[in-house]
Design a protein around this ligand. Structure first.
Ligand SMILES: NC(=O)c1ccc[n+]([C@@H]2O[C@H](COP(=O)([O-])OP(=O)(O)OC[C@H]3O[C@@H](n4cnc5c(N)ncnc54)[C@H](OP(=O)(O)O)[C@@H]3O)[C@@H](O)[C@H]2O)c1
Length: 303
């Protein structure tokens, strides 16, 4: 196809946020709901909305599509709908600061009991847990994990790090069982893949010390919900969860009502910094694609 590059974006604000590059594009806005506009069929570079059924169906009717640039890091919703020959890029980095900020807030609020019920009458002396001197185990130590460490480190804690493959300063996931008993706080930042499903099961939760805190801002499927409910329901562990399995949890699920468990609705990455950061990445990727330069954030087949 000749002429301006045909690009689809999901937000009405998107074209303005692309800056100067927008003037050189043929832009379509489709938010993934309702009938897709006819122009979507001509698009070569698509920034999809969330993976709604209509968005996923539309991908199968875009014969010129070459790049699918998501704005999320987790691409689990798009993997199966990806047409052959299309390069899938994710939004790794866009939300790292926001998610790390949420993790820091979650850990501090839980350790210092900021969300505990108001004491009645004149409270006696009560000492809370602290991050000072604590050990924080980060499981899924990537972009967000490093941002969490940068934010929590000044509070005086030390870190254990786990990723798929071991490297200096980072343990392989096969070493997780030996590390869990050492952790005051476990932060799960695992992506939603077949390999991460149930990484935290009954045995892993049982290996955490009494009173330890489990924080999940990766994917809910990485943790066995019923095993976590059992450990927190008895009061042995505490948890702060931005992601759950299923998501959302059914209204009457015990985790929703357990003291010591706080749940947010998958909003850790949603701040006012999101759209400007997202479209800065999109603009840079469009320029790379037009110049024939290698794209960044290309998602490997196993993710
Ligand atoms: N709650 C939210 O709003 C929100 C927002 C953004 C992202 N997220 C979630 O956060 C996840 C992490 O984001 P990120 O930017 O930090 O991604 P990233 O930089 O790609 O890091 C992911 C880390 O997970 C590790 N990993 C992958 N599979 C694993 C396995 N089977 N066992 C152990 N470790 C494994 C990787 O290890 P290697 O380095 O060895 O490959 C890598 O260190 C995303 O995938 C997404 O699911 C959530």
């Amino acid at each position: 196809m000749s002429g301006p590059l045909r690009v689809a974006v999901p937000h009405p604000e998107g074209p303005a946020l692309l800056g100067d590059v927008a003037a050189e594009l043929d832009l379509t806005v489709y938010d993934g709901t309702g009938e897709p506009p006819a122009a979507l069929a001509e698009v070569e570079f698509c920034v999809p909305s969330r993976p709604t059924p209509t968005m996923l169906a539309a991908l199968g009717r875009m014969p010129h599509l070459r790049v699918l640039q998501t704005l999320a890091t987790g691409v689990d919703g798009f993997r199966r709908a990806l047409p052959p020959g299309v390069t899938l890029c994710n939004g790794r980095g866009i939300q790292s600061g926001a998610v790390a900020e949420w993790v820091a807030a979650a850990v501090l609020a839980a350790q210092r009991e900021l969300l505990a019920p108001q004491p009645q009458g004149r409270p006696g002396l009560r000492r809370t847990r602290t991050l000072d001197g604590a050990t924080v185990l980060i499981v899924g130590y990537g972009e967000i994990g490093a941002a969490v460490e940068a934010r929590l480190g000044p509070f005086g804690c030390s870190f254990l790090r786990v990723a798929r493959r071991g490297r200096p300063g980072v343990s392989a996931v096969t070493e997780l069982p030996g590390l869990l008993p050492l952790a005051d706080v476990v932060v799960c930042l695992l992506p939603g893949t077949a390999q991460t499903r149930g990484v935290f099961g009954a045995a892993e939760f049982a290996a955490m010390p009494d009173g330890a805190l489990f924080v999940n801002a990766g994917r809910g499927t990485a943790a066995d919900t019923e095993a976590l409910a059992a450990e927190t329901g008895g009061g042995r562990l505490r948890a702060v969860l931005d992601v759950t399995d299923p998501e959302p949890l059914p209204p009457g699920h015990p985790l929703r009502h357990t003291p010591g468990v706080l749940i947010t609705p998958h909003t850790a990455g949603q701040t006012t910094a999101f759209l400007p950061r997202a479209y800065a990445l999109v603009a840079a990727q469009i320029q790379r694609h037009r110049a024939g330069d290698p794209l960044i954030n290309v998602v490997a087949a196993e993710y």
